[in-house]
Design a protein around this ligand. Sequence first.
Ligand code: ADP
Ligand code: ADP
Ligand code: MG
Length: 666
Amino acid sequence: MFKKILIANRGEIACRVAATARRLAIRTVAVYSDADADAKHVRACDESVYLGGSAPKDSYLRWEKILEAAKATGAEAIHPGYGFLSENEEFAQACADAGLVFIGPPPSAIKDMGLKAESKQLMEKAGVPLVPGYHGADQDPALLQREADRIGYPVLIKASAGGGGKGMRAVDKSEDFAAALASCQREAINSFGDDAVLIEKYVQRPRHIEIQVFGDTHGDCVYLFERDCSVQRRHQKVLEEAPAPGMTAAMRAEMGAAAVAAAKAVNYVGAGTVEFIVEQRDGGAMTFFFMEMNTRLQVEHPVTEAITGLDLVEWQLRVASGEPLPLKQDQLKIHGHAIEARICAENPDNNFLPATGTLQVYRKPAAASFERAPVRIDDGVREGDVISPFYDSMIAKLIVHGATREEALARLDAALAETQIVGLATNVQFLRGVLHTPSFSQAQLDTALIERERAVLFDQEPLGLPLAAAASIARTLVTEAASASNDPFARRDGWRSHGALRRRFDFQFRGADESAVLGYGRDGALNLNVGGVDGPLAVTGLPGGEIEVRFNGERQTVRVHQADETAHVFAARGATRIVAIDRLAHAGEVQSEGGRLTAPMPGKVVSFAVKAGDKVARGQALAVMEAMKMEHTIAAPADGTVEELMFTPGEQVAEGDELLRMAAAA
Ligand code: ADP
Ligand code: ADP
Ligand code: MG
C-alpha cells in the first residue's frame, strides 16, 4: 500500500479521499488555489502545495504543476477525485511517465470511453445494448438529418465529448432538427472544444440506472449493484438511491453482466460507472440501454457504500497499489436502502440559477462519517466559508441509510429539516418538496419527475405569515429577555389601548408589507394579531438557542437566524424568511409633523450631520441617535432649511424631545 498520496482535487471529494487515507495511515498532500488557501480540504490533509489562481485552468487543471508537487512531496500516487483531471487520459499517461500511480483506470480505458460516439461503437461490438441511434464519424448535417428522420422523433442530439448534462438538445420534429443541431454544435465547441455529435432516440419517461463496477489489475471485475439517479434537473442528478426501486434480481444480474462486459471491453481497472437509460413499458417491464461510462469515482458513490458497507476509496487505493479486489461477486450483498441528496447553492425558483455567497450559518444534522452510518454528510466547507463562482455549486451531500426505502426517506426528510444554511440560496427546501411528492414517495421515478411535479415544487411557502411572524417576534422577545430591557411596561415603542400594552411589528414577507400587533396582558400573557390570525402567543427559549412557539393552534420548535434585517426561520415543516422593518429606524419621518423633529424614544444623541442654516433635501440624514444598543438615523421629512440644533452630541434625550428644528421649503 502507498505511504503518501497527492489528492488532485478540492471540496468534498478531496476531504472524502483524505478521510479514507487517514484511516489507512496513508499520508496526504492537498493542492489548492488562491480561493482555497484556507479551505477545509487543505486542513484535512497532512501537507499542501499551492497551485495558482482561483480559476481551474490556473490551478486544479495545471497538471505539470501537480506532477511537480507530487514529486516534491514524495507522493507515490495521485487521486484525481471527479471532475478536473479525473477523465483526462493525457494526465493519466503523464503520471505513469513520471513514475507516479494514477488512481484510476489505464489511459487507454479513459480514451476508449471518453467520447460517447466512439464508446458506443466499442459497446456495440461487446454486445452491450445501445439506444437506437447514430454514432458514426460522418458529421455531414444532411446525413445527420436523414439519420434523425430514420430513428424517428423525438430524438436527442448529444455532444460526443459532452458531460455534466451539457451539450444535449431534444428535437420533437424534423423541421426543428437543423436549428437544434447548430445550437448543440455551438455549445459543444464552446464547452468541450469538439463539435462532434451523436443522435439517439429520445426515450420517453426514462429512468437513469447506473451500475458501479470495479476492476483490478489481475483481470477480475465485479459490479456493486445499481443506483437510480432518475431525479434530475437540467439533466443533472439531484437525488440518487440504491437499490433502484422495482429492480428485480434477474434484471440486476443482466445489467450487472452488461456493465462488467462494458468494463472488460476496455480492460478497465479501478472504480467506474456504467450508465444506462431504462425505458419503462406498460405493465412494469423495463428495457435498458448503455448510455456512457464514467471512468472515475462518482459523486453519488456513497449510496453504494451505504448498501454494501464498503469503502470504495479504500478499494480504489488497494487496486491501484496492485492488490486484488477485496471481495468476489458472490460475496457482495445489498443491505437496506440508501438515498443521497445533493445540497447545492442555487435558486430552484429561478430555474436553479447557481448562487454564490458566504455560509453565514451552516448547521448540519447529527451525522457520522462511516460508510453505513444512518446519516452521513460529505462536504468540503465550514461555516463562514465562501461559495465562490469558480467551482461547482454543490455545498454538501447528505446520505441516509435505512432498513427500507420508507425509513431512509423519513430519515432524509428529518436530516434536511435540520440542515440550516443562511447566506445564500440553496435547494434544501426544494429537496424536501421533492421527497414529499407522490411520485417520489411512491417510487414512480423517471427523469421528468421534477417537471411533472412543478405545481407543488416551485414558489412554495412552507410556513406561512402567521408562524413566520410569530417566530421572528419570539426571537425578539427572547433576545430582549436575555438583555436588560426585559420589562415590556418600561418599553417606549409600544402604546396602550384598553389598558394593555401593545407593540407593532412591521414586516416584509414574500414581497408584501405586513404588520403584526403584539399585546402584553397584565398577567404576562401575550396576544398576537397577524395575517388574519388573532390569539395567544407563548414563547419559550430553549437551551441551545431553539425557541418553542405556540401560536395559532400549533406548537413549533423553531430556530431563527437573524442576518441584518432578515429573520431566517427554520421549523420542522420547512424554512422561510421574513424581513423585519425597524420602524424606529424610519422614525424621523414618522415624528416630524410641523417641522419638529423629535426623539422617537429615550436615548443618546450620537451626532448631527447638519448645522443651523444648512439646506437639506428630503430623506437626507440629519442626526444619529442611539437607543436599544442600536443607532437610528433621523432623516429630513421634506426639503428645507435647518434652523436650530437643540442638543449637543452625547446628551441624553427623552422620548418626544425636540432634536432639531427645520423650516420646510415652500
Ligand atoms: P452526461 O455525460 O452529460 O452525463 P448522459 O449521456 O449521461 O450525459 O445523459 C445525461 C442525462 O440525459 C441522462 O441521465 C438522462 O436523464 C438524459 N438522457 C440521456 N440520453 C437520453 C435518451 N436517449 N433519452 C432520454 N433521455 C436521455
Ligand atoms: P439584534 O440583532 O441586535 O438582536 P434585531 O435586528 O433583532 O437586533 O432588532 C433590533 C430591535 O428592532 C429589536 O429589539 C426589536 O424591538 C426591533 N424591531 C422592530 N421591528 C421589529 C420586527 N418587525 N421584528 C423584530 N424586531 C423588531
Ligand atoms: Mg452521464
